[in-house]
Design a protein around this ligand. Structure first.
Ligand code: ATP
Ligand code: MG
Length: 448
């Protein structure tokens, strides 16, 4: 080891986080809950690559969007000159995949995805350069029913996660023709208030005036509040679609607020748009956003196929769960296996495999240093592992073909001597019996 050549310490990329073992259980709890909810609505998982052709996002999301203008991790593949981008979102990828594999040939599809997204933003609380989204995309459904279903799916998820302070904002941004009439009037209105427009707004005035409505600049709020409202421009069909969504939500007692200024960051949206917001997360209060994007699939050369979806920011949801007092720290294992001596170590391997066969989670003590392997040190590890039992194999136990089982959870640390071959049954009885027969062996209490 003496002649190892050391290099300067390397730290991770700014705005890209490690998810540490202490946080992993919360991620797992969240991911399991979402997957269960999605499955209960018949959604099927799709996994697409993290890297896509740059054109997919540049054309799909719209040239004048935050993402395409300044947030994409784009690069040239030095091997072949391909223009590639780390995906900033997943809807475009799913549309690409759906067209490429003709996924809707036999009818509409309910899809979901999960994974890291990349945006070169200024890192801050709730805003990272690598972050995670879980989203759903329903392809091929025309009516307002699927919009309502997606919204109710989210609501069920917040309920299952115990999140009460999440509010639904809803709007309709109509269809292209309706937006273009509104746009003319909107530009005229903003031109009358040139002096109040900030630099971003100036730049967007003629390229994407709708996005000005989405400004977070307090100095522009009053002026923006009084701007012509897209809702007043909706034609009969858009109106009926929007009414249809609201009717289902009302019938199912889903509370919502209509926010006429709600627009979404991507160009592909039409009609229904929605966001789930909380005021517990400071300015990064949107935990989920979605809406309809009927034109997108045709734009990419697919058969005209209506579509609707949402994406939620996992980091933000987790932060909200923590703010609500959720602290998920399950025990590392049910059983910690302590052993002394070479013969005992060999038998410890045999026993730990048998215990795993019986469905238990087992940590077998492995050497970490010459000093740390003593009986006391191992018992300390067993304690901190959260295991309900330590199984001890020493020379005496090997000689007698037994194991000593120590209860780590009851106050007086009771010990039993059990025949080696009977240990799995003994522990399964203890653990499953103590938890009333359900699977939550970690909550086991031992009565003796
Ligand atoms: P924002 O207005 O906060 O920038 P957005 O409109 O860019 O959000 P979407 O593209 O709709 O966000 O993404 C859906 C969700 O993903 C957001 O509501 C948010 O919860 C999450 N999200 C977006 N960007 C980030 C980021 N940089 N870091 C963490 N989460 C993010
Ligand atoms: Mg953004």
């Amino acid at each position: 080891m003496a002649d190892i050549k050391k290099i300067d310490k390397i730290v991770g990329v700014k705005g890209m986080n490690d998810i540490l073992p202490s946080d992993a259980p919360m991620w797992e709890l969240f991911e399991n809950t979402v997957q269960t909810v999605l499955k209960s609505y018949g959604f099927q998982q799709i996994r697409t690559p993290i890297v896509e052709p740059t054109a997919l996002f540049a054309r799909g999301l719209g040239e004048v969007t935050d993402i395409v203008e300044k947030e994409m991790y784009s690069f040239t593949d030095s091997m072949n000159g391909d223009a590639l981008t780390l995906r900033p979102e997943c809807t475009a990828s799913i549309v690409r995949a759906a067209i490429e594999h003709n996924l809707t040939y036999d009818g509409p599809k309910r899809l979901w995805y999960s994974g890291p997204m990349f945006r070169h933003e200024r890192p801050q609380r709730g805003r990272y350069r690598q972050f995670h989204q879980i989203g759903a995309e329903a392809l091929g459904f025309t009516g307002p029913d699927i919009d309502a279903e997606l919204i109710m799916l989210c609501l069920r998820l917040w309920d299952d996660l115990g999140l009460t302070d999440v509010k639904l904002q809803l709007n309709s941004i109509g269809d292209a023709a309706e937006r273009s009439q509104h746009r003319i009037d909107l530009i005229a209105y903003f031109e009358q208030h040139q002096d109040l427009l900030d630099t971003d707004a100036q730049r967007r005035l003629h390229s994407n005036p709708l996005r000005i409505l989405d400004t977070k600049n307090p100095a522009m709020q009053e002026m923006v509040d009084a701007a012509p409202k897209l809702l007043d421009y909706l034609g009969a069909e858009s109106r009926a679609h929007f009414d249809g969504v609201q009717k289902i939500l009302n019938h199912n007692n889903v509370p919502f607020t209509i926010n006429p200024r709600l627009v979404r960051g991507m160009d592909y949206y039409n009609r229904t748009v929605f966001e789930w917001v909380t005021d517990q997360l400071g300015s990064q209060g949107t935990i989920c956003g979605g809406g309809r994007y009927d034109p997108l699939i045709e734009t990419f050369g697919g058969k005209p196929t209506p579509a609707c979806g949402f994406a939620m920011g996992v980091e933000r949801v987790l932060e909200l769960m923590k703010a609500n007092g959720e602290q998920h720290q399950p025990n590392q294992c049910d059983v910690y296996l302590v052993h002394q001596g070479e013969a005992a170590q060999l038998q410890a391997f045999v026993l730990s495999e048998r215990l795993r066969n019986a469905g238990l989670d087992v940590v077998l003590h492995c050497a970490a240093s010459n000093a740390g392997g003593g009986f006391k040190a191992q018992m300390k590890k067993a304690d901190t592992s959260g295991a309900a039992f330590a199984v001890i194999l020493g020379e005496d136990e090997i000689a007698a073909n037994t194991a000593t089982i120590k209860h780590l959870r009851d106050g007086d640390g009771q010990q039993s001597t059990v025949a080696f071959d009977a240990v799995p049954d003994f522990l399964v009885d203890e653990i499953v019996g103590a938890s009333g027969g359900d699977e939550h062996v970690h909550d086991a209490h031992c009565h003796h």
